[in-house]
Design a protein around this ligand. Structure first.
Ligand code: PMV
Length: 333
């Protein structure tokens, strides 16, 4: 058995789904009810250090340089328990995790966070895991984290097995396969009110559209895979908007209803449609929060930033191309 390493630091990028994950076939193992397809973002990432330290009585968790609030800390500890279980140890750990972008605001910080934690945590205790095993492990922390193990264009499989061994992500294409840009229009830096997990469970229980959402995902995935491989921007964009609006239609018809958008989100969607009608190739997608992620081609990203930079609708703007796999940082943070 390998020894415990002193401290290991890993970095993983966040990702944005073009075909969304919404719904769980097993909440305990965090198995998705539908597959999903995402792009991994170069510029938005989490850097996480893990040190298993026999001197510690409890896990010590720091997020963005502060002691983590209790709910986040217990989620991280429960995830560390999975790693400890695999390695057959009970040693507590110190975890320091920093995001270079707003946390918990619908920018997929849990995706990059659990992917980085899976990689740093397994290395720190000397486990040798394949990328497939890392993806399976990351999924236990957050469904979308399974995708952040890989760079570029990524597909998460729903899987069929009850133990979740086949509910893992795979890379569809490397980041340089196609130079796409995401312009992220942050409407508010405030943390979201309802977690995606709780929202999904509410949808399964109460939305009349949930079954149809699950049924329709198979075709959306097939069409998106094909459109990406053909580098068909219009098809990719149209499908991404369609799939996003379906996901929100499901969430909105939860009982009680779940509306992740604010008034700025809606105004921006209209503005994106106007820009598109004026000839700019641009489409939107939105996750479990009020931020709008705009999909475009590199030569138009500047125009889009300009269209929104002085707008009262937008709190801040981030832009990213496609990023790499999760990786170990040799020099630490
Ligand atoms: O990874 P989770 O459990 O936070 O779920 C992510 C859900 C969405 O962001 C709304 C969609 C997706 O596929 O990323």
């Amino acid at each position: 058995m390998q020894k415990l390493n002193n401290q290991v630091t890993a970095r993983a990028s966040s990702n944005i789904a073009l075909v969304k994950y919404w719904g769980k076939r097993d909440p305990l193992l965090n198995l998705p009810a539908v597959g999903s397809i995402s792009v991994t973002l170069e510029k938005l990432f989490t850097t996480t250090s893990v040190h298993f330290d026999p001197a510690l009585k409890h896990d010590e968790i720091f997020i963005n340089h502060k002691t983590a609030p209790a709910p986040a800390a217990s989620r991280v500890s429960a995830f560390l328990d999975l790693i400890r279980q695999q390695r057959g140890i009970t040693t507590r750990a110190c975890v320091r995790s920093d995001n270079n972008f707003p946390t918990g605001a619908g920018l997929a910080s849990s995706a990059s966070a659990f992917a980085a934690l899976a990689l740093a945590g397994t290395h720190a205790c000397g486990l040798k895991s394949s990328t497939r095993q890392l993806s399976e492990l990351a999924r236990r922390g957050s469904g979308s984290a399974a995708r952040s193990i890989y760079g570029g264009f990524v597909e998460m499989h729903r899987g069929k097995r009850a133990d979740g061994r086949d509910a893992v992500a795979v890379q569809l294409a490397e980041p340089d396969f196609w130079d796409l840009r995401l312009v992220i229009l942050v409407t508010t830096p405030a943390e979201k009110k309802m977690s995606s997990g709780a929202g999904m469970i509410g949808s399964e229980k109460s939305s009349p559209y949930y079954k149809e959402w699950v049924r329709g995902s198979i075709n959306d995935l097939k069409e998106m895979r094909q459109a990406l491989l053909n580098r068909d921007f219009q098809k990719v964009g149209e499908l991404a908007e369609y799939n996003c609006l379906k996901m929100h239609a499901v969430a909105m018809t939860n009982r009680p209803s779940l509306i992740y958008w604010n008034e700025r989100t809606i105004a921006i969607m209209h503005r994106i449609c106007e820009l598109r009608h004026s000839g700019i190739p641009v489409y939107f997608t939105i996750d479990a929060g009020p931020q709008v992620k705009v999909l475009t081609l590199p030569e138009y990203a500047g125009k889009i930033q300009k269209a929104f930079q002085d707008s009262p609708l937008v709190h801040s703007i981030l832009e990213s191309g496609l990023g790499p796999d999760a990786r170990i940082m040799e020099d630490g943070i």
